[in-house]
Write a protein that binds this ligand. Sequence first.
Ligand SMILES: [Zn+2]
Length: 269
Amino acid sequence: MSASCHCNKESTSKVTKALPEELSKEFEDPNHPANLICELCRLFYDNNWVTGTGGGISIRDVDGPNPDLVYIAPSGVQKERIQPWEMFVVELPDEKILRTPNECPPELTKSYKYKPSACTPLFMSCYTLRDAGACIHTHSQSAVMITLLCENQDVFEISHIEQIKAMPKLQYNETTGKVEKIGSMEYYDKLVIPIIENTPHEEDLTDSLQEAIKNYPGTSAVLVRRHGIYVWGETVWKAKVYNEALDYLLELAVKMKLAGIPTVKAETV
Ligand SMILES: [Zn+2]
């Protein structure tokens, strides 16, 4: 199914009439974070990454007038049908909620009370600990399957695959105290992604996700066993590329493992 099949856009006249003028103007920009979340949710839905209301996307408005603004899709909605006015807007560093979809005209929203995504504290961890510009959470089957195949391991590792070059090379800078991008990974580099254990409630993953982010300064993602993956990047487009490259590598790794092929070449172990 192509992304263009989700023809659920409200008619322009209905939206223009119902939305406050200020918001209507704001959403005219196709690159507005709220519009990009809708666009990416539809793309990701088609990849089976955010089906059944699972997963989520959040974007920090790094190119906008206030880079501390974070847009987050709400909890429990069908991600492929989401509209820009259904986002929560939070301001860093205090995580103050500035706007919720519950304030929108009722004719444009669902009949229930919107709740912030359960992923919110996890997304915030990526912004505060890594200065990320966007964070993506999917329930990708490849991500889930690799954590099952790496049953007793707390990391997933892979090397000598061309697609690794799409991932950033990161290094902890002792002077700034921050993890910085120093380039891209190379073909022979070993990619290491930490795996944390799942919890009954998404928000309870926060402590172990933060610990993994701190313990693995080279990573741009954390796998959650039997659940999915969190991926972040310096911009929304970088996060999208990293997520796609990682999912490719995870899908390949699952096939390699099932075929009895080690995911790390002998000389790099
Ligand atoms: Zn999840």
